[in-house]
Design a protein around this ligand. Sequence first.
Ligand code: NAP
Ligand code: ZN
Length: 350
Amino acid sequence: MSTHNTKAFGADVATAPLKEMNIQRRETTPNDVEIEILYCGICHSDLHSVHNDWGGTTYPVVPGHEIVGKVTKVGDEVTKFKVGDLAGVGCIVDSCRECDHCHNGDEQFCDNGWTVVFNSVDKKHGGITYGGFSESIVVDENYVVRVPETLDLPSAAPILCAGITVYSPLKHWNAGPGKNIGIIGIGGLGHMAIKIAKAMGAFITIFTTSQAKADDAKRLGADNVVVSTDAEQMKNCPKQDMILDTVSTKHDINTYIDLLKVDGSLVIVGLPAQPLEIGAFNVVHGRKSFSGSNIGGIAETQEVLDFCAQHNITADIELINMNQINNAFERLEKGDVKYRFVIDMASLKN
Ligand code: NAP
Ligand code: ZN
């Protein structure tokens, strides 16, 4: 298969800083679009992967899965995009397209294994996939979404992962008027969850470990703010229908399960590497559920982009240059970001 050199930023090993490198991208096949990457968000999953927190990282790794850009080339059979269109790519770049889940638009649950945008074996084209910390990417048109023209592009990038990852469970668990929805953590995912749940009409309680973020949470749309390290505030918190847990490290989930109503659900989207303990008594009393959710399918990713355009929702971002990436990773590790870093990819080309 013919390929071309593409500039990217990645890591050779878990312990070294990210650095500029050259990767090979395939030439567009008949169903592919080539996208010049304009902006790429930085998700905590990028950090987990580079550090090999979950095991299974293949080096060199080029992270990045909140991609917005412009179509620069289309294959002969492409029907959905033309050169010049705005385009978005999230986590999923391929799946079997035959199983029930693919047919239902849940490609992230593909029975035969979906292809992740980076650090994934590319079953169709061979090799390992490389993500959005790069000047361009080539993706099958069926896994590319449209970015509404009205959205501010850099702050729309995080919708491609943070947005869909919280939208999907909020919708699935019927967040809306009359529902008490709790959100744990005001990071990239958490701050998008506040904005999206607010637009759905829910009453939102945010749980944060940071007093500084607590002071900002109402501006983001929270109705009620709880500093989770304050036992008194936790005790006085109203009971929740659903709590969405976005925390990236090991933490005690039982204290949150105790805040659920009867039949309430704690839904985890955060991916701490270590297992979490659940007390049987905590779930048995009140018939409570502990559940999880994984990003969302392609059609639903388009849906959340359109939802955000309709409700004027984008992420609160800090726009950085590619060469600031290692500092951004250090700050993200400490939860020191308001609330998503996004890379201006023009800085990679210079
Ligand atoms: P992030 O921006 O770093 O936000 C995580 C937040 O968790 C922090 O800002 C912090 O909020 C809170 N937190 C951190 N340590 C904590 C602790 N020890 N106890 C309580 N709260 C703590 O990360 P993100 O990009 O939003 O990603 C969050 C997690 O979701 C990561 O594990 C990521 O891999 C995962 N993820 C999963 C999916 C999926 O499909 N399931 C998709 C994307 C990301 P406060 O400062 O407010 O306490
Ligand atoms: Zn992500």
